[in-house]
Design a protein around this ligand. Structure first.
Ligand SMILES: [Fe+2]
Length: 205
């Protein structure tokens, strides 16, 4: 067991578990309870920062207002995180500057602190003025917004404004999109099953 990692890793997971509320959060917590989060299962991620992580300090500071517990845990765990991007995404597909303003990390998952059993949980960072356009995946997905505001839509619906603290749920294969305004977005996300199929951008009509 790696003592240096186990403490921060379990702190952030427990902080998220304590703070998540609502019907869909219960489903995420039930799946979380099925994961092996024992000391012998912890792994040390290969720390990796990306251009979008320049927004992390600002987002962690903003999340203090919403969940001091999670914000403090984030500050503790930040140095260990392995940030990544969907390899199928590019500026050509998502717009100039997108890849410098987008990154995600796994807390539970192949690049996180615990491998996870058909379950992923992590963080998403989007810079200001970003449009993460329509995409879909097989996994049911929960987002819990740590900063705000940001705009979200499902299917052909209109974009709706959401604030820090909101929980957003996407059923399997539902097309969804996110837009940020003046502020960067930091959100917790979880995929509760069918995680091996990556997110794919919807065809542009
Ligand atoms: Fe998604």
């Amino acid at each position: 067991m790696n003592d240096e990692i186990y403490g921060p890793a379990t702190w952030i997971i427990d902080a998220i578990r304590r703070s998540l509320k609502g019907e869909h959060a219960q489903h995420v917590k039930a799946r979380l309870a099925e994961q092996d989060l024992s000391p012998s299962a912890v792994v040390e991620p290969l720390p990796l920062r990306l251009p979008a992580t320049r927004y992390l300090p600002e987002c962690v500071a903003a999340s203090m207002f919403m969940s001091p517990d999670v914000a403090a845990a984030l500050a503790e765990v930040e140095e260990f995180l392995h940030w990544r991007q969907n390899p199928n995404y590019s500026d050509a597909l998502l717009g100039a500057g997108y890849m410098d303003n987008y990154a995600y990390t796994e807390i539970i998952g192949p690049n996180g602190f615990f491998a996870g059993d058909d379950f992923l949980m992590g963080l998403l960072l989007l810079g200001p003025g970003v449009h993460y356009r329509d995409h879909h995946h097989a996994a049911p997905e929960l987002y819990w917004l740590l900063t705000g505001p940001s705009e979200w839509r499902r299917g052909n619906g209109d974009f709706e404004m959401h604030e820090a603290g909101d929980v957003i749920w996407h059923e399997p294969h539902v097309v969804h999109a996110t837009r940020t305004g003046a502020s960067p977005l930091l959100a917790v996300w979880a995929w509760t099953r069918d995680v091996s199929e990556p997110a794919r951008l919807a065809e542009v009509p």
